[in-house]
Structure formats: structure tokens, C-alpha cells
Design a protein around this ligand. Structure first.
Ligand code: SF4
Length: 140
């Protein structure tokens, strides 16, 4: 990633093809620049990025970085409580199918910074091979 010292809200990736929001210091932690701590609201809620929209699901690399996976963040109390239910598993299938549509796969491949690093608290529920292949093609 490039260093960004101009007060911008986003940091462009080294290849210039994607970007991530730059976390901002707040008290003793770092927070999303669009989070309003006083009201606990997102200032861009209607236009929030895909990774925020799908939380507690997460797009990330697996532990050895060889595949892109869909996971569920078990830190989320709702996800932990509902994980085994039929409706939750149906939503997993729906979300996997949505991500692997040609349109969504291409959007994600063009904005690859939305795919995060492996997180130990995330339980992997699907391997996204189509997205992995699309990203690989973009890099060639
Ligand atoms: S929903 Fe996303 S963009 Fe909005 S405050 Fe939370 S992390 Fe930031």
C-alpha cells in the first residue's frame, strides 16, 4: 500500500487499482473514517462498501493465502447464535451464489482490496474459486 499523508479517506493499493479506507485514531483505538462515535452511526450507511453490507460474513484469503473464501465472523453474537440454523445456512448458499455471479465476481476482482487477510475468528463456509480465478486473471 502507498503511504497517504494528505488527509484522504482512502489509501490506494500499490497497483493503483483498488483502495481501502484509512482508519482514524479515536481515543485509544482506530476507527473507520465514516463511523460517527457520538451517535454510533455510519455516515455513509446507504452507500457503505460491500464488505460492510455482508458483515458478519467476510471475504478473505485462507490461512496459507492460496484461496479466497467466504467466512462468518464468530465474534458477532448473532452469527454465533444462528450459525447452525437452516435459515442461516440458506443465507450462506444465497450469498455464495450472489458473490459468484459474473457481475459481482467482476466487481470484486476490480476492487480486490475488499478481500481481506485471513482472520482466525472467521469460520470458513465456502471456497470462492470463481473469484479466485478472476483475481488471478487480473494480475496476469
Ligand atoms: S458500516 Fe462500514 S463504512 Fe460504515 S462506519 Fe461501519 S465500517 Fe465504516
Amino acid at each position: 500500500m502507498d503511504n497517504q499523508a494528505d488527509g484522504s479517506l482512502f489509501q490506494t493499493t500499490a497497483d493503483g487499482r483498488s483502495a481501502r479506507a484509512i482508519l482514524q485514531p479515536y481515543e485509544d483505538i482506530y476507527i473507520c473514517p465514516f463511523f460517527e462515535p457520538k451517535s454510533s452511526e455510519c455516515r455513509i450507511y446507504m452507500k457503505r462498501p460491500l464488505d460492510c453490507r455482508i458483515y458478519p460474513f467476510a471475504l478473505m484469503y485462507n490461512e496459507d493465502g492460496t484461496e479466497i473464501v467466504l467466512g462468518v465472523d464468530t465474534i458477532c453474537p448473532f452469527a454465533e447464535a444462528e450459525f447452525e440454523t437452516q435459515s442461516f445456512q440458506q443465507y450462506v448458499d444465497y450469498l455464495r451464489a450472489y458473490i459468484e455471479t459474473e457481475l459481482t465476481t467482476n466487481i470484486l476482482a476490480d476492487n480486490w482490496a475488499l478481500v481481506g487477510p485471513f482472520q482466525e475468528t472467521v469460520t470458513i463456509v465456502a471456497v470462492l474459486r470463481k473469484l479466485g480465478r478472476a483475481l488471478e486473471q487480473r494480475r496476469q
